[in-house]
Ligand binder design. Structure first.
Ligand code: IMP
Length: 199
């Protein structure tokens, strides 16, 4: 019988990505929807890691299964690493990304490229029923572009420019983005940790 792993998300896109990366492990990946969990977990941590641990532990305490959770966001060096853990809540949870992205472009108006450095960060936590907690993380470095460009991806992708690729992350195919993204990198490391534990 396959072992179960719950990935603490309601986001089907993320779930598909996790299933794809973990497919060589002998596990069944379930989402919060699959276990009928509908509450919002407050992200009260000061770091991505703390928030990922809060989410993984909350669900593990309820479900008593192995639970993975992630937390991610955008750090802009010129803005003292804002919006950081507040990436989803920046200017208000319900504010459109068009407004969020245009506001950031405005705040960086006139700032030269070498001071526009930024990164997406992702932390993943695993909480095990025996009490063990482990975390992995991944980043992707880029700069904040000068315009909104590209219509793939989501969130801050249209202003996150990759000089090495000559495009924004919103101009990459989903396959390519998953291969080089913060979440993809953190997940690959988590897969190694799970393999070490016999999954
Ligand atoms: P969460 O990890 O789902 O809470 O996401 C946090 C927020 O960070 C998202 O709502 C986006 O605003 C931002 N974010 C995280 N990863 C990405 C990405 O790959 N592209 C664009 N925005 C991202």
């Amino acid at each position: 019988m396959k072992r179960k792993i719950i990935f603490a998300t309601g986001n089907q896109g993320k779930l598909a990505e996790v299933k794809e990366i973990l497919k060589s492990l002998h596990v069944e990946v379930l989402s919060l929807r699959d276990i009928s969990f509908e509450k919002v977990i407050e992200e009260t941590g000061a770091t991505f890691e703390e928030n990922a641990i809060i989410k993984a532990k909350t669900i593990m305490d309820i479900a008593n299964e192995v639970v993975l959770a992630d937390d991610s966001g955008l750090e802009i060096d010129f803005l003292n690493k804002e919006p950081g853990v507040y990436s989803a809540r920046y200017l208000g949870e319900d504010t459109s990304y068009d407004i969020k992205n245009n506001t950031i472009l405005e705040r960086l108006k006139g700032v030269p490229d070498d001071k526009r450095t930024a990164r997406f960060v992702c932390a993943i936590a695993a909480a095990f029923p025996n009490g063990e907690i482990i975390t992995t993380s991944g980043t992707i470095e880029g700069i904040i572009g000068h315009e909104i460009i590209g219509d793939h991806g989501f969130g801050y992708d249209p202003i996150f420019y990759l000089p090495d690729y000559g495009c924004s992350t919103a101009q990459l195919s989903m396959e390519m983005k998953n291969k080089i993204s913060h979440r993809g990198r953190a997940l690959e490391k988590m897969k190694e940790e799970l393999e070490k534990r016999g999954f």
